[in-house]
Write a protein that binds this ligand. Structure first.
Ligand code: CA
Length: 420
């Protein structure tokens, strides 16, 4: 399957991927698009041209689809359901690989990525952050509690999570300012100070694609019907603020000053070729958490740290398949008490650390709480993230010549704001 426009062989945005996002240009208002190679397909233009006409008008309402594809966020489009979003992806795939075609439409419906700005793709009503990597939970437990009893007794029985903050989720490219907060250092009294332990967390989040009513649990076997797609998620954290505040109710200001997402949502359909078995679960979970088949995905993940001088170093190489609890189990657990979900909700995986030190997904683990600073190629060291540093998360899946990637999520850290 070859598109008629050139797609570099190593592009994340192959003809098999076709992820959805929101973009604008100097003369186009924010609108939905699909990334292909170094271009973006303008879905509003194709909709106006009638490319998404239903073969049978009982299948979908073309007018409603056209309205959804003119909106500056993807929520309305995603809410139309997988029958429609999948059909749109296939039509674009056919259009990009078809022979005949109107050269004027081709020119008008394609925008070069370098001429466009990608924007926040969703309005995020709710954000939940899980804690589903066994290696991450074990590392953190060993560091702060007891290496012999690193996991809390509940950890292997349920996917632990907390409710995060949706309002401070930003898209890749948006800088985040170093937060200040109440910090207690050693035996001193707590003081209001800038964090000295700013950290990233390598995570992948899924986007809820189908809302539920309050009181209506989602069975694990049907959970994927409610998952539209995945994106990269950097759950920025201030470890010193977190350490002082987190007991007894969990993370608060150590987390909610900013989280960053990649702009292109890779659909679950595009990830089908990369399904893999989950890690073995012991003990066997309760029946409402049992799933069958290949519930995980083989997605390579990397983190680069880029200094203010532009020196880049890959500090972490991990994989999504290290996640102990699957997305279906997370969603089944999230809703077993009747909690409702909404289209656009984000559920993040938790830090995706692997079993080996180079696969640890946070500075906390990579430097073992700052005790073993990273040596950078320019001779400098990092215990945590410094002002002017950028952190870049990347993710991609490869199999049998197919490549489906997420692009990147990049955040540059600004110095703390002047005192209020
Ligand atoms: Ca997290």
């Amino acid at each position: 399957m070859q598109p008629w426009l050139e797609v570099p062989l190593d592009s994340d945005f192959s003809i098999h991927n076709l992820p959805f996002g929101i973009f604008k240009t100097r003369d186009r208002t924010p609108r939905p698009g699909i990334a292909i190679g170094n271009h973006i397909v303008d879905l509003a233009v194709l909709a106006e041209h009638g490319l998404f006409r239903a073969p049978d008008e009982r299948l979908w309402d073309e007018g409603a689809l056209r309205v959804a594809l003119s909106r500056p966020i993807l929520n309305d489009f995603i809410a139309l359901g997988k029958v429609i979003t999948h059909a749109v992806r296939l039509r674009v795939q056919q259009w990009l690989t078809g022979e005949a075609g109107d050269p004027l439409l081709r020119a008008n419906a394609l925008v070069r990525q370098r001429d466009a700005e990608v924007l926040m793709p969703l309005r995020v009503p709710n954000y939940t952050d899980f804690y589903s990597s066994l290696h991450h939970a074990t590392n953190v437990g060993a560091m702060f509690r007891d290496p012999k009893n690193a996991l809390f007794p509940n950890w292997r029985h349920l996917p632990v999570a907390y409710h995060g903050r949706a309002s401070s989720i930003v898209v890749s490219g948006t800088p985040i300012r170093r937060p200040r907060g109440q910090i207690k250092r050693d035996d001193a009294q707590p003081r209001l100070e800038p964090t000295r332990a700013l950290d990233f967390e390598l995570e992948v989040a899924f986007v809820v694609g189908k809302s539920t009513l309050l009181g209506q649990p989602i069975p694990a076997a049907k959970a994927e019907e409610h998952i539209f797609g995945l994106l990269l998620f950097n759950d920025w954290s201030a470890r010193d603020i977190q350490k002082w505040e987190y007991q007894p109710l969990g993370p608060f200001l150590g987390k909610n000053f900013g989280s960053a997402i990649s702009p292109w949502i890779v659909t679950l359909e595009a990830l089908e070729p990369f399904r893999v078995e989950m890690p073995a679960q012991e003990p066997e979970p309760l029946p409402y958490l049992r799933v069958a088949g290949k519930c995980s995905f083989d997605i390579n993940l990397e983190v680069d740290l880029v200094t203010p001088g532009g020196v880049a170093m890959t500090v972490c190489r991990s994989n999504f398949r290290h996640m102990y609890w699957s997305m279906s189990q997370q969603l089944a657990h999230h809703t077993i008490n009747g909690c409702n979900v909404e289209v656009g909700d984000l559920c993040a995986s938790g830090t995706l650390s692997g079993p080996t030190p180079e696969s640890y997904g946070s500075m906390l683990e990579l430097t073992w709480n700052g005790s073993r600073p990273l040596q950078l190629p320019d001779g400098s060291q990092r215990a945590f993230i410094e002002d002017g540093d950028a952190v870049v998360l990347r993710g991609w899946a490869v199999r049998d010549g197919l490549r489906v990637g997420f692009g990147e999520v990049r955040t540059t850290i600004l110095p703390v704001a002047d005192s209020a």
